[in-house]
Design a protein around this ligand. Structure first.
Ligand SMILES: [Mg+2]
Length: 281
């Protein structure tokens, strides 16, 4: 069994800042601060952690448990309106190629597709609603499960195991996100990791976090299917800076070289020519 976990914001959809606006609205109602999210880094964080940080930014102190649940309630109540506003303004979009990718994965018996997101469960569904992608996800790990992304991912895998009625080994879990925090969380949990660059992550931080696969989006499916071990590539062809050998484990070992096979071949040719020219000198 293979379990593939998708982050939502920047990986499946871009909701045009709906989450931040809903959170600003909720913090404003409780603390009077109109734009608390401006001073918070929300991307890649779990909602629980983001809510707390935004409240601190608004009130100058940590929220009580009661305030946290009031904040959550107000956020969830406001979110549909903000998502709808993004859709109307043309600021809501799906990450390119993701629909086809999900359809492809959903058709495979040996694959379970789930969510691995920092969003609260309700927030996740509200954000995905206009995309029509929700039908692909039977389970997930959510921001309400834990402050920590890696724990949230483990929760998702636990739910997958219940559905599959079998234990799932970490090596069978593939995490896809758009920030270095997604990659780090996957690694902490012992899972495979891949990232898209077309989301909200910082490209340099993503590269430094060293995911096994990095692509712009999901338009080219072959590297993704090979990474998941669903397609074979006996040649271990290099695609851009990524080497795609046959098994996902090898992927982690090979990593990126920054060189294409063509670059390597041409380099060797140049060296040989130089050697020939300088022979005997
Ligand atoms: Mg994200």
């Amino acid at each position: 069994m293979k379990v593939v976990l998708f982050d939502i914001d920047g990986t499946l959809v871009k909701a045009g800042g709906a989450g931040a606006r809903a959170l600003n609205h909720a913090v404003h109602a409780l603390t009077g601060h109109p734009e608390a999210c401006k001073s918070c880094q929300l991307q890649g964080g779990t909602d629980k952690a983001n809510f707390e940080n935004a409240f601190v930014a608004g009130a100058g102190r940590k929220p009580t448990r009661k305030e946290m649940s009031a904040l959550t309630e107000k956020y969830v109540a406001r979110l549909p309106l903000e998502v709808t506003a993004s859709v109307k303004a043309g600021n809501y979009s799906k990450v390119k190629g993701v629909e086809k990718f999900l359809a492809r994965l959903s058709g495979k018996k040996e694959v379970l597709v789930g969510l691995g997101t920092g969003n609260l469960r309700e927030g996740a569904f509200i954000k995905l609603e206009p995309s029509g992608l929700m039908k692909h996800f039977a389970f997930g790990g959510y921001g309400c499960d834990s402050h920590q992304r890696s724990e949230m991912l483990k929760k998702a895998v636990g739910r997958a195991a219940k559905i599959a009625k079998t234990a799932i080994k970490p090596v069978e879990v593939f995490v896809i996100g758009d920030t270095h925090l997604d990659v780090q969380a996957a690694r902490e949990a012992g899972y495979h990791s891949a990232a898209v660059l077309d989301g909200f992550g910082d490209e340099r931080l993503i590269m430094r976090s060293n995911p096994e696969l990095v692509t712009k989006d999901f338009r080219a499916l072959k590297p993704w299917l090979i990474w998941l071990g669903l397609e074979k590539d006996p040649r271990g062809v290099r695609r851009g800076t990524y080497i795609c050998p046959d098994s996902p484990i090898e992927h982690a070992q090979h990593g990126r070289t920054g060189l294409d096979q063509k670059d390597l071949d041409e380099g060797i040719k140049r060296l040989r020519a130089l050697k020939k020219r300088t022979a005997g000198r």
